[in-house]
Every structure is written in structure tokens, then in C-alpha cells.
Design a protein around this ligand. Structure first.
Ligand SMILES: Nc1nc2c(ncn2[C@@H]2O[C@H](COP(=O)(O)OP(=O)(O)OP(=O)(O)O)[C@@H](O)[C@H]2O)c(=O)[nH]1
Ligand SMILES: [Zn+2]
Length: 214
């Protein structure tokens, strides 16, 4: 469609405090109607006509999809790790969950980050259900992120809630913003690592990295 006809569309105005980065008003979450209007604006910006039949329901679908992609904002990491188990027969060795698939969204381009996370900790008395490690990763991944912060937040939440002797988090992920646009480097992946407690010691760090490598 021609650019002239797109610019002639009567989009709903996006002049509310929720979207205006320069506004002095406190931020508020936009309504669903405002979110859908913003999607119509982006469809127009892409060069298409949001009024055509195939696109009529798209803003509502995108709003629903956002609720899944960004479900992490509604999750409280400490609650995920609330239930712990103390009957471990003295087990005090490494607990390591490897290859947890992750999907996140980069906060610079809102493009997908996809990869795996490895989460390890050295318990002190209590352990957490392993599914909770994956849930914890998701709670932070399903937000706008940079990988370094995602890595640090997972480690910090485990450290604060479980108080283990040490935590190691390694994430390896490909950034769609580097593959489908910009520098266009398919296959490159970013590796980020965070170590706390005993894993700050070089020897223990080597041990956990060897375990992570399988
Ligand atoms: N450190 C880090 N950088 C990221 C992450 N996700 C995306 N980026 C980078 O964020 C940077 C944003 O740079 P800008 O120069 O502001 O944006 P840009 O002009 O779109 O940059 P290009 O992607 O190089 O075209 C880019 O280099 C991205 O590759 C991440 O998780 N961690
Ligand atoms: Zn990006």
C-alpha cells in the first residue's frame, strides 16, 4: 500500500502519559484499548493498513500475546522459591539444572533472545524443587531484558531466597536483533555468567564450569 494512504489513516492518538517518554506525569500502565491502538500505529508504520480484514483482529491478538511474552512482570521470584525441602539426607553437593530453554525479549529492539540457561547452587541444608529453577529463569526472562541483567537477577534471587553456599548461572543465547537486522550475524551467541559465594573462588568456579560443560 502507498505511504500516502497509510499516513491518511485516522489512528487513535497515542498522546497519553503511559506512552509519552517526555511526560512529567507518573507512569501508568496503558489500558488494553490503548495497547491495541499502539499496535495499529505500528502496523501503519510497517506500511500496511490496519483496517484491512486480515489485520482487524491483530491488535487484540498482539495484546494477548504480550501477556504471555511479558508474564514475568506479574511474577514474584521469592514466591517461586518459597517451598524448600530439608529432608535431603545430608546431601550438600552441587545441584545443577542444565539446558533450561529460555526465550526473552531484548530491551533495545524488542527482538527475541533465545537460548539456554544453566543454573547451579551448592545447598546449605535446604533444596528447592527443580522445576522452580526453571520457573525462576522464566520469571526474569519474560520481561524486557539485556542478557547480563537476566543472568545477574536469576543468581541474585537464588542467593537471597535460598541462602546457599554459592550460585552459578550461565546463559548462552542468540539475539534476533543481531541476526534478522543490523549486523545480521546468524549463529552468534552471547555467553554470560554470574557466580556468587564459594563459586567466586577460581578453583570452585572451574569445578562448576566443568560440571556445566558435562
Ligand atoms: N550487552 C548487551 N547488548 C545487547 C543485548 N541485546 C542487544 N544488545 C545490543 O544493544 C546495542 C544497542 O546499540 P545501539 O547502537 O543503541 O542500537 P542500534 O543502532 O540498533 O545498534 P545495531 O544493533 O548495532 O544496529 C546493540 O549493540 C545490540 O547488539 C544484551 O542482552 N546485552
Ligand atoms: Zn536487541
Amino acid at each position: 500500500m502507498a505511504a500516502a494512504s497509510v499516513s491518511a489513516l485516522a489512528f487513535e492518538p497515542a498522546s497519553h502519559a503511559a506512552c509519552d517518554a517526555t511526560a512529567q506525569l507518573p507512569w501508568r500502565r496503558p489500558t488494553r484499548a490503548e495497547a491495541e491502538a499502539a499496535v495499529r500505529t505500528l502496523i501503519g508504520w510497517a506500511g500496511d493498513d490496519p483496517r484491512r480484514e486480515g489485520l482487524l483482529d491483530t491488535p487484540a491478538r498482539v495484546a494477548r500475546a504480550y501477556e504471555e511474552w511479558f508474564a514475568g512482570y506479574a511474577q514474584e521470584p521469592a514466591e517461586i522459591l518459597e517451598r524448600t525441602f530439608g529432608e535431603v539426607a545430608g546431601y550438600d553437593e552441587l545441584v545443577l539444572l542444565r539446558d533450561i530453554p529460555i526465550e526473552s525479549v531484548c530491551e533495545h529492539h524488542m527482538a527475541v533472545i533465545r537460548g539456554v540457561a544453566h543454573v547451579a547452587y551448592l545447598p546449605s541444608e535446604r533444596v528447592v524443587g527443580i522445576s522452580k529453577l526453571a520457573r525462576l529463569v522464566d520469571a526474569f526472562a519474560r520481561r524486557l531484558q539485556i542478557q547480563e541483567r537476566l543472568t545477574a537477577e536469576v543468581a541474585e534471587a537464588l542467593e537471597q531466597t535460598l541462602r546457599p553456599r554459592g550460585v552459578a548461572v550461565v546463559i548462552e543465547a542468540a539475539h534476533e536483533c543481531m541476526a534478522s537486522r543490523g549486523v545480521r550475524k546468524h549463529g552468534a551467541s552471547l555467553v554470560t555468567r554470574r557466580f556468587t559465594g564459594v563459586f567466586e573462588e577460581p578453583e570452585r568456579r572451574r569445578e562448576v564450569l566443568a560440571a556445566l560443560a558435562g
